[in-house]
Design a protein around this ligand. Structure first.
Ligand SMILES: Nc1nc2c(ncn2[C@@H]2O[C@H](COP(=O)(O)OP(=O)(O)OP(=O)(O)O)[C@@H](O)[C@H]2O)c(=O)[nH]1
Ligand SMILES: [Mg+2]
Length: 499
């Protein structure tokens, strides 16, 4: 298909930007690191811990330039993009360390510049600028819309909403949909109601119990300053196969708005942010998906395939042979691994590896180097062996937050449900073992049950929400945040740039 005018203009702008960035790059090597993940995946905590560790001297034995003392210092500097909010680092550190609370949810893109002074292996002093860009994974999952017509998207979204476990959550929206005829005259009230019910359905899918991942358009759940605008007031319709939208019809109206969504939301994101990244870490809350059960895991798999597809889409656009999106390394990280005993970390990694590799194969992905890690940016727990009868159980100790609602089990097998935590007392929990064979998690035959298919007491895996750890403060430079494998992530993401 010949590229449309707007696509050509877009490409021209992209290439001008790439040249500009390239010039900059030459004198002052810069790595733009994208940090993304669906909402609550752990982006804010990850960036805060990473910057804290690099600037305050964290314990990073596997991050070679740091461990061998070649990094002289890392400091924050004003960021390059004036129109992007600054990542609120100082506040997040204060919340995490002084208040022992997790930072509040963030819904927008933000940026932070870190400058690293280091010594090359050959002894020369150099500087690497690391621009960290935090953006919602939901925006990334919107990119495939660029290649989809309204009709395609509508058809796919409807089909998905008729499958389990989504179908029961879509009842109200489907009922309204049945009263609409796509060929009728356009009608603002019908569009408003459809968009509202469709959004309610998306929100229900994201609910903790279901933890579904694949929910475009992303801005419906985080509208920001676009709330209520026509670009966000559309929904899928039941459409006849083939045929064209009659002028002035509801169908034409929905289609126009879908295209507007792509123009005002998706394209600018691609142009201004995505296409400029060099490296990418995708944070995945795989534990929340386990907690919900196999359907959530399959959904996550589809979302990861969608994400990998984005990197491919980026590479196959018109000018990509000249100005390829630069991402050459992608790290998929399962976050919050501190909810598991270390004996299960390798299993967590294996599950993610399986999920990503199937997704990569389906997306026929060949391009950037991909790796997988199970990590905890901030380790909120310690480990212990707890004797139960004759058995020694590999357990974790932590302080559950006072508002913890998720189910759990103590050592008498009693459910934690309904038990109030005071937010101060440490408890030992046995979160459940991940199965040795990752396939068990994906099978829907009840081999492994999550919360959406079993009550909290019957579910095979459940976790509590722990408060951030209490830290030793006898160190003159201030406390250091404990972590799990954050250094391995750093080594993969920027280790080669600090040779
Ligand atoms: N135990 C533990 N919990 C974590 C860790 N990282 C994140 N969490 C939990 O996950 C929640 C979400 O983390 P955030 O970093 O705010 O996630 P986010 O991706 O920035 O979320 P949004 O801004 O809402 O999109 C936190 O409130 C914590 O409860 C971690 O390393 N360990
Ligand atoms: Mg956040």
């Amino acid at each position: 298909m010949a590229p449309s005018f707007s696509e050509i203009v877009e490409e021209a702008r992209l290439s001008a930007r790439a040249l500009l960035d390239y010039g900059d790059h030459f004198f002052n090597p810069t790595v733009r690191l994208g940090v993304t993940g669906l909402s609550r995946a752990g982006k804010t905590v990850f960036i805060t811990a990473l910057v804290h560790g690099l600037t305050r001297g964290g314990r990073f034995p596997i991050f070679e330039p740091f461990a061998t003392g070649r990094i002289a210092q890392a400091r924050l500097e004003p960021q390059p993009d004036d129109a992007v909010p600054r990542f609120d680092y100082e506040n997040h550190v204060h919340t995490l360390i002084d208040e022992r609370r997790w930072p509040n949810s963030t819904v927008d893109i933000s940026e932070l510049r870190l400058v690293i002074d280091y010594q090359r292996h050959n002894g020369a002093d150099r500087t690497l600028t690391l621009d960290i860009v935090d953006y919602p994974g939901e925006w990334l999952l919107d990119l495939p819309l660029l290649n989809k017509s309204y009709e395609q998207w509508s058809h796919e979204s409807l089909a998905l909403s008729r499958e389990r476990p989504r179908a029961p959550l879509a009842t109200a929206w489907h009922t309204h949909l049945a009263t609409l005829n796509a060929q009728d005259r356009e009608n603002e009230q019908a569009a408003l109601t459809a968009a509202r019910l469709f959004t309610d359905y998306l929100r229900a899918c994201r609910d903790e119990r279901f933890a579904l991942s694949l929910l475009p358009p992303g801005r419906f759940l985080m509208p920001g300053n676009l709330a209520g605008s026509p670009a966000l007031t559309f929904a899928p319709l039941e459409l006849p196969d083939g045929g064209l939208a009659p002028d002035g019809s509801l169908w034409a109206m929905m289609r126009r708005r879908y295209e507007a969504y792509k123009d005002v939301v998706v394209r600018p994101f691609f142009r201004d942010h995505f296409s400029r990244l060099d490296r990418q870490i995708v944070l995945v809350d795989a534990l929340a998906a386990f907690n919900s059960g196999p359907e959530a895991l399959h959904d996550l798999e589809a979302a990861l395939a969608g994400i990998l597809d984005c990197f491919r889409i980026g590479r196959s656009t018109l000018l990509s042979s000249l100005f390829r999106p630069r991402i050459d390394r992608i790290l998929f990280a399962a976050t919050k691994a501190d909810h598991l005993h270390h004996s299960s970390h390798d299993r967590l990694e294996a599950v993610l590896r399986r999920t990503v590799s199937e997704a990569a194969a389906r997306a026929e992905y060949a391009g950037a180097e991909i790796d997988v890690v199970a990590l905890a940016a901030v380790r909120a727990t310690r480990e212990a062996q707890v004797q139960r009868g004759r058995e020694k159980l590999p357990s974790i100790l932590g302080t559950p937050a006072a508002d913890t609602a998720a189910g759990g089990q103590d050592f008498d097998g009693k459910a934690f449900d309904g038990k109030a935590f005071d937010g101060e007392t440490e408890v030992a929990t046995f979160p459940g073992d991940l199965p040795e064979d990752p396939e068990e998690l994906f099978r829907g035959d009840g081999a492994f049950r999550g919360l959406s298919s079993a009550s909290a007491e019957k579910a095979d895996f459940r976790f509590l929400r722990f408060r951030p750890p209490r830290l030793e403060t006898d160190d003159a430079a201030g406390p250091v945040l404990p972590h799990i494998r954050l250094d391995r992530a750093l080594q993969f993401l920027i280790g080669d740039k600090l040779q």
